[in-house]
Design a binder for this molecule. Sequence first.
Ligand SMILES: [Cu+2]
Length: 719
Amino acid sequence: MARTASSAWRLCAALLLVALGVARAGPALVPDSVKPDPKGDGFIVTFTLNVTVAYGAPSCFSRSIVLTSGLFEPAIVINQGDTLRINLINNIPATFPTVSDGISIHYHGLRMSGPAAWLDGVSYIGLCPVAPGSSYEYEFKVNDPPGTYLWHDHAAGFKGDGLEGPLIVLPPRAGPPVMPQPGAAPAWPPAAQPDMWAYDGDHTLFLSDWYHATTSSMLFRLNQPFDSAKVTNDSGAWNWVGNPQAVLINGAGFYGDCSLYPVAGGGPTPPACAPSAFTVAAGRSAQQPWASNNNPGCTHTQVTVQPGKTYRLRLVNAALLVYMSVCFEGHNVTLIAADAVPVAPVSTQCVDVNSGQRIDVLLTADQPAANYWISVAAQYRTGAPAGYAVLNYAAPGVNASTFPATAAPQPVNITPWSADMNAKVVLAPELLVPSSDPKVARYRRPGQASLAPPPTAGKVVFVNLSQPLFSESGQLRWALDNVAMPRTPPCQPLLSSLRKDPKYLTKQAVPASQVNGTGVGPNVLVGTAGKSRTTPVYYEGLSPVPVYPAVGLHIVELAGGAVVDLIVNNNPANSFNGDLRPTVGATRTAMEQHPFHLHGHRFWVLGRGADGNYNASAHAAGLNTANPAYRDTVTIAAGGWAVLRFVADNPGIWPFHCHLLPHIFMGQQLYFVEDIKNLAPPPSKTPKCPSACRYNFAPYTKSWLRAKYGMSGWELPPL
Ligand SMILES: [Cu+2]
């Protein structure tokens, strides 16, 4: 009898945990409807993403921002096994400056297999972007493991203006959904079965860097000639946006409050503090009070906890540029998952998370009731600001709205990579290995025997990173094997083109005879190319690596089931004949860390280092093929290498690219064209393709910008 009572109590406690363990973040989108799927056993959950532009001040500085159904960077929460239906409506005005023809949503970290391969959201791969004034409905089943993902625009630069947010996959439903009355919103977030960890509450910390210029402004400037000798009155000059003005946590932050920055003893250099350091379009400058104890007036994020309870905190780095270290004052947290893969638990005060990566931690509120700092420091970008949230104990005498009286904790040893790259970071996500807990079975795909890699690879792909400067256009690019990608292929989705003509890409392949010697032609796409424009294609293994930098589609073809080792070297000084055409002169050796993300897959990080190029005789014996980190985003150290293994078991076209938006825009990506003969048929409805495609390689001169946008009132680059 006692035993029964005890079991019943345990069940009650488990249900209570489930009830408490709902995902709480910044704002979460509430679905329009939750309906049983007539084709299956799950439910169809429909969200509307109505994308608009407004003026807002997430960092206490007013500028134009992008909203999603009236919210800034809202979360999408769904249960594993549900069908996600996203009704994307582009209500961004056609006068809002942009580098693309529309918008497109990528579901970062989701596998997108079968027919979903068309819906991965990279514009011009599966679908054309959704043009201003039109809409598109994505629909796919979410079979991916429960965990922390993110959604963001993958067409224009609007990710950096707010078109992004957390994507949380909860365990399967605990029962049938609470069906709404007609016209009423469903109860949300939904109840879920218990996860493999016990916790009382669930918060997301969505981290982004924030600039006081719109992202389009930043990208327009990157297309200007870099070579000062080529600058004209009309073209202006290349300009790098520089450091962000703030780090936002759940869309809230503040800039320029120097009282929060430690000046002595290391740590970030204070940002420029004078408001006059920042400008916006005439008539739009609306300085808001800075938020701090000294300058109350705008918001920061508070994470409120009950004393004694344990919380899951989901850290998502959605930055355009900034590698972040997150520290919890007075608390050690337990790291439990990375990129939605459960990891062997590690206890630490600070953890690193790079753009595109997600780290889940457990925090127990076991310290004296008070307010504590959660600090987010930028790494590897001298002078970049930090961001702060407050961990607030809900207890008598603790005022939720005041900052802690203590100095915020800062990660130590912020120095560039060295040979011992792991000693230079607080705790790199790549050090976290998969959990051996038997409960991880849920985190494997059907048919996947374990979270460990196949023992050997059948195909090896080498990729060398460099930063070439094109003599014809003066444009500065990032390249893989001397090929810088135009961000979008020509004017129709590549998957459609390949389905119509399997030789579509091979027909455009640059022949070997043109690649070597004095080099192929300029290959620089200028202007707004029409539909007939084709792009040179560089095939790994078919075309030789160009001696001189080139612009084109960089394609690696993979047979179904191939086990691939991808070896990435990040040592521009060692690449080929230098990175410049001889007429331009000096060798460019620009080098920095890059977080590389692979679509459609997870990969195993067999090894990485910061000691030059990968060298089999020195490094092969040290590779971990037993229980390596299993991720979708990895940091490649400046001056270093990484060996990544994955299985080509997902027919489609899958980009492999740096997750820093300006870098992908500058060409730092390639496409794996994988097992296309087994590609699922396309969706029955697709967005209408534009009549003329806009390339990121357009010159975007001052006269072009004026003709296109006139005095639109949105922030334009000061050319
Ligand atoms: Cu990069």
